[in-house]
Design a protein around this ligand. Structure first.
Ligand code: AOF
Ligand code: ZN
Length: 347
């Protein structure tokens, strides 16, 4: 109980690295002296930089951490990677107690960190705010345990689940505040994923350093704003080449659709650990079964028009029990809209 507030602080510190640590985890750390007073904090700022524990400990120069406590959301590492093992530094600095949010899922660490600390006579307290720590590193966990890309999806709809009218009019359903939040969400993921239909309908820029574009028949104009910046991966049914700054990737087709499993596997092979899908109802519906998390903005508007376009639209079902089911994790307000964050129930 007494360490929950400090673990929350580690999580907040860790989030300062959001968008910069991939493929590594988000980690924050707090150090207390032997009297229980906070004397240092640290976090993993970007890939290749010091781990959070090292960042926090190296700020201390006078030995005031001797006999103290270190709180960290992820089990400290034991391997020589970009930096020497954090466990060694923790032991060297005379820390007496280590409080950990979750075990590391990285097979080269998993459990070894805890064991090494205990062998050195350090008291280890485990599983403090584990659920929150696991959510914080949900991308890292999926990558490490399943060797797959984490798929998040963002949609913005009216109260009746529509993303545009039948003629494609969609600007803007949600408020400027919501659209600002979308930029922050994008920053959490390695790449965005969209389709030719969205490009042809909205001609968006979708600022991001990596973009996966699904355009089976290469219908989009390569001069469109979306192609102007970032690394582009253009999944299509014919071309396999690198030209004009674009990676064309020939993709298998089934039922006149590009094979999504192939695309997601390819992305992972390319070192893309997470994607944010920002597309229309057809792709959203198709990719739903591969989706790990949904950000759903809802504006207090109703089209009351059945021919308006729906946010998930890829099949016909007869039995209501065939629905995809979710657990709503959060409700945030971006006045006057809400943002629902939800997860598929089976995950
Ligand atoms: C981090 N930051 O604060 C902690 C990590 O690529 P390396 O050599 O830096 O090692 C990355 C692994 O280290 C990572 O997969 C995780 O298991 C462990 N802990 N990593 O990047 C940190 N504490
Ligand atoms: Zn480490």
């Amino acid at each position: 109980m007494q360490y929950e507030q400090l673990m929350k602080k580690c999580i907040e510190l860790a989030k300062m690295g959001e968008g910069n640590t991939s493929p590594n985890p988000l980690v924050g750390c707090v150090v207390l002296n032997k009297y229980g007073e906070e004397i240092s904090t640290g976090y993993h700022k970007k890939y290749g930089d010091n781990h959070a524990e090292r960042d926090a400990l190296l700020k201390l120069k006078n030995g005031e951490e001797t006999g103290g406590t270190l709180i960290v959301n992820l089990e400290p590492c034991t391997h020589y990677g970009k930096t020497p093992p954090c466990t060694d530094l923790i032991i060297e600095r005379g820390i007496k107690k280590v409080v950990i949010g979750m075990k590391d899922v990285n097979p080269i660490v998993r459990g070894n960190g805890i064991e090494k600390l205990k062998k050195a006579g350090i008291e280890v307290i485990q599983d403090v705010l584990t659920y929150e720590c696991e959510r914080l590193n949900e991308v890292f966990i999926k990558n490490m345990t399943q060797n797959k890309v984490f798929v998040a999806l963002k949609t913005a709809t009216t109260l009746d689940g529509k993303i545009a009218t039948n003629s494609g009019s969609s600007k803007w359903i949600t408020s400027a505040k919501s659209r600002e939040e979308v930029k922050k969400i994008r920053n959490r993921y390695d790449a965005i994923l969209t389709t030719s239909s969205t490009i042809l309908a909205d001609n968006p820029t979708m600022a991001h350093q990596k973009k996966l574009i699904l355009d089976r028949k290469l219908k989009t104009n390569l001069e469109s704003p979306i192609y102007k910046e970032g690394e582009i991966y253009l999944f299509n049914e014919t071309l396999d080449m690198f030209e004009g700054g674009i990676n064309f990737i020939k993709t298998p087709v089934e039922d006149e659709k590009l094979n999504i499993e192939f695309i997601l596997k390819k992305a992972f092979d390319l070192g893309i650990k997470s994607v944010l899908v920002e597309a229309g109802g057809h792709l959203n519906g198709e990719i739903l079964k591969f989706t790990d998390k949904i950000y759903h903005f809802i504006a207090p508007k109703i089209t009351a028009d059945n021919s308006s376009l729906s946010c998930f639209d890829s099949r016909k079902i007869n039995d209501i029990n065939e629905c995809y089911n979710f657990k709503i994790e959060r409700v945030d307000i971006f006045d006057p809209d809400i943002l629902l964050t939800y997860y598929p129930i089976s995950k």
